[in-house]
Design a protein around this ligand. Structure first.
Ligand code: BGC
Length: 750
């Protein structure tokens, strides 16, 4: 067991001054193997499997590297995650609280389409990590939304690799601004939770390159992360952490990644294959993995140079870590108040206005009393469960947010809901085993309300708000019934809309969701719909900011809202409702050859999200890139300048409405009909204007590299630029093209 006295590391400063090679020369094989294998995450879920015990250094952290006392080699602490630092909020041996700020989930951050803002969120997470002694933040999560039912989509950004990569790069730059390392995850094609540790992704090279690796490529090139996490799944038969072609050839050699590659927790089966592939750190670490590396070297199966290479990279990370730098002290006192303001700002900007008939929103200033329906209005869902959760100090519910904004809310209705929620959570909790308690959020069903009660509310209040909520989290994929509205929700929606409309009053629906839900069958009912995602601890205030008009909504959807699940390209090849019990999902299951569970065929190829819907002309409920504002925007004066290497596009955006607002301008390119199969259009750049007052104009400039117009030619095993006429389109969503120009691309030295 590792003693806590090691934390002092008397001689470590001198040792740091020596070269890593010198340290490496002094290490025994056993010590090298130990540093490659983490110290376990005792105190979390699997105590018996751990190599050592470092749980008291930063309680609740996901893991640590192993310190080597003999050589004064210090350690680093790794902690989740994508929506804020995930550590315990109380400690056994220390007084006080250790809360972290719960930011909006990844999907909500991507909905801002604002890289600067995401970078600020990242900087804040990095700052909190440094204050709490966390050296590596296990985030951002950046897998592609291949199917809306993936249980962890909430942690991820988008169905589009460019938006994913740009958002991730911004988050990485932010987290790393002051020395903490970011660890983007899960590389790659980790798109379902069902049998997540055993699933074999069968995917074409083209789809891999253009869709599933592309975001990582952008994130590495533009964010330069110091670490990166390989995923649990296999790709075409081999675990990602054991694939030299992905970890070394692609990531390191092609993309220029120079940091530490970390396994996902308990991911991969063969440490020696992981070393050979270039996966440096095995987490959280088990004794058999140390033994296996030592044996493999001694038996001549694993060349020591592979081991040395991994150790060298890990030592570089360790010595550069904040906790091992001169003068660094973690004071456990981040500025939580200032960070909450950033959480609120980013949450507000992530809200997407889906519908706003006859300017139903913002709520007119004359409306003072609101009737608030739906359990999630009172029991707001700030984020998903599992490693992406955050131990926050508080959650602002929508009830509180509206009260803070000065609205009147019926205390009797509030206490009816509180009572109902309390009882159903207590009843539901008995179904959850203790081991998985922190991974499953028990949610109440919707509370039935008699029509007479709704009518009484319609007499009392000026406006109705209904919140529909969905939980989601690690280990589970969502089900088709989770995508649909429940009968209770539908009844509530229908009754409230009918009764309030009869009284001449308006109804807004707020979606408090981590992933896409069905909207096509009911969106005609309310006057307005806000997609408010899971916005973190300040969620209620942010929703009130938008409902009241304090802020004009400026988020846009980072994915498509389909009409039906069946309409999705990947639907036949996703485990829709195939999820079984939590325990078998928690661990790697024996391969029974079950389609979509043991293996998943990505038959849709590159046709993911809008690439599918737009190319196949499938009707959608809300398209990719869509989102309304309280104002309107006019596009004019599109200019396209074509250079050798770059295409520069500029367009004027004028606020043509009556409120202040920001527009997200999207640039799509449509390739010529050529030898390669191409999607109808692909996002190639985007930008968000500053806040424009009515009548104000801004010129937006966007740059596309000519090389980014290439597609991956599987036969030739290289990227290929098709010559011909390309359409350059500026758009306010993937289905709302505002202006188009054509450019000619010549043969380009393919
Ligand atoms: C998750 C990772 C997480 C790790 C450490 C794994 O179960 O897949 O995303 O970073 O645990 O908590």
């Amino acid at each position: 067991m590792v003693s806590l006295a090691l934390m002092c590391f008397a001689g470590c400063r001198q040792e740091q001054d020596k070269t890593i090679d010198e340290v490496l020369r002094k290490m025994t094989l056993e010590e090298k193997a130990r540093i490659i294998v983490g110290t376990g995450n005792e105190g979390r879920w699997v105590a018996e499997a751990s190599v050592g015990n470092m749980k008291d250094v930063v309680p609740g952290a996901a893991g640590t590297t192993c310190p080597i006392e003999r050589l004064s080699i210090p350690f680093v602490i790794l902690s989740d995650g994508p929506a804020g630092v995930n550590i315990d909020s109380t400690r056994e041996h220390e007084a006080g609280t250790f809360y972290c700020t719960h930011f909006p989930v990844g999907t909500a951050l991507a909905s801002t389409w604002n890289s600067e803002l995401v970078e600020t969120v990242g900087r804040t997470i990095g700052d909190e990590a440094a204050h709490y002694g966390v050296d590596v933040v296990l985030g951002p999560g950046m897998n592609i939304h291949r199917h809306p039912l993936n249980g962890r989509n909430f942690e991820y950004y988008s169905e589009d690799p460019l938006l994913t990569g740009k958002t991730a790069a911004a988050m990485i730059r932010g987290i790393q601004a002051d020395g903490v390392a970011a660890c983007p995850k899960h590389f790659a094609a980790n798109n379902q939770e069902t049998n997540r540790m055993g699933n074999d992704v069968r995917v074409s090279q083209r789809a891999l390159r253009e869709i599933y690796l592309k975001g990582f490529e952008i994130a590495v090139r533009e964010g330069n992360p110091k670490a990166l996490m390989t995923s649990y799944n296999k790709i075409n038969g081999i675990s990602v952490s054991e694939r030299h072609d992905l970890v070394t050839d692609f990531l390191r050699e092609e993309c220029g990644f120079s940091g530490v590659v970390v396994t996902d927790w308990y991911g991969g089966d063969h440490p020696e294959e992981q070393m050979k592939a270039g996966n440096d750190l095995i987490m959280p670490g088990q004794q058999w993995q140390v033994d296996s590396i030592v044996h493999a070297v001694n038996a001549g199966r694993l060349d020591i140079s592979y081991v040395d290479q991994c150790v060298r990279r890990i030592l570089k990370l360790v010595y550069a870590a904040p906790r091992n730098r001169d003068g660094h002290a973690c004071d456990n006192h981040p500025d939580l108040k200032a960070h909450a303001a950033i959480a609120r700002q980013s949450a507000t900007e992530g809200i997407v206005l889906l519908k706003n008939d006859k300017q139903a929103l913002p709520i007119a200033p004359a409306a003072k009393e609101i009737a608030l329906f739906g359990c999630a209005s009172y029991d707001y869902i700030p984020g998903g469960s599992g490693s992406g959760d955050v131990r926050r100090a508080y959650t602002v519910s929508i009830l509180q947010g509206l009260q803070n904004a000065g609205y009147g809310l019926d205390p009797q209705l509030a206490s009816r809901y509180a009572d109902f929620i309390g009882k159903s959570i207590a009843a539901g909790q008995t179904k959850v085993t203790a081991r998985f308690a922190d991974m499953v959020r028990v949610r109440p069903d919707e509370m039935p309300l008699a029509e007479a009660e709704i009518a009484a509310q319609a007499r009392r209040a000026d406006y109705a708000v209904i919140t529909l909520g969905r939980t989601c989290g690690e280990y589970y994929d969502r089900t088709s019934s989770d995508f649909e509205l429940s009968p209770e929700e539908r009844a509530l929606l229908e009754n409230v809309c009918r009764i309030f409309h009869a009284a001449g009053k308006r109804v807004a629906v707020v979606l408090n969701i981590g992933g896409v839900v069905e909207t096509a069958s009911w969106k005609h009912l309310p006057d307005a719909i806000l997609c408010a995602w899971q916005l973190g601890q300040e969620g209620g205030n942010s929703v009130a900011d938008v409902l009241s008009g304090r802020q004009s909504p400026s988020g846009k959807l980072p994915m498509t809202f389909p009409v039906r699940l069946d309409d999705i390209g990947a639907n036949a090849n996703f485990p829709v409702d195939q999820t079984s019990d939590v325990v078998s999902m928690a661990s790697r299951r024996i391969d029974r050859g079950e389609r979509n569970v043991d293996y998943t065929c990505y038959e849709e190829g590159i046709y993911v999200g809008y690439r599918w819907f737009d190319s196949r002309q499938v009707e959608v409920s809300y398209p990719f890139g869509y989102g309304l504002s309280y104002t309107t925007f006019a596009y004019s004066d599109l200019k396209v300048q074509q250079g050798e290497e770059e295409i520069t596009v500029s367009v004027d955006i004028t606020n043509s409405g009556t409120a202040e607002g920001r527009e997200v301008v999207q640039l799509y390119v449509s390739a010529p009909a050529a030898s390669m199969d191409k999607p109808a259009k692909e996002l190639k750049a985007f930008a968000k204007t500053a806040s424009l007052t009515p009548g104000e104009k801004a010129t937006v400039s966007l740059v596309v590299k000519v090389e980014d117009l290439r597609s991956y030619d599987e036969g030739a095993k290289q990227w290929k630029l098709e010559p011909g006429t390309y359409k350059v389109m500026v758009a306010s969503s993937s289905r709302d093209i505002q202006a188009t120009e054509s450019i000619e691309i010549e043969n380009w030295g393919n």
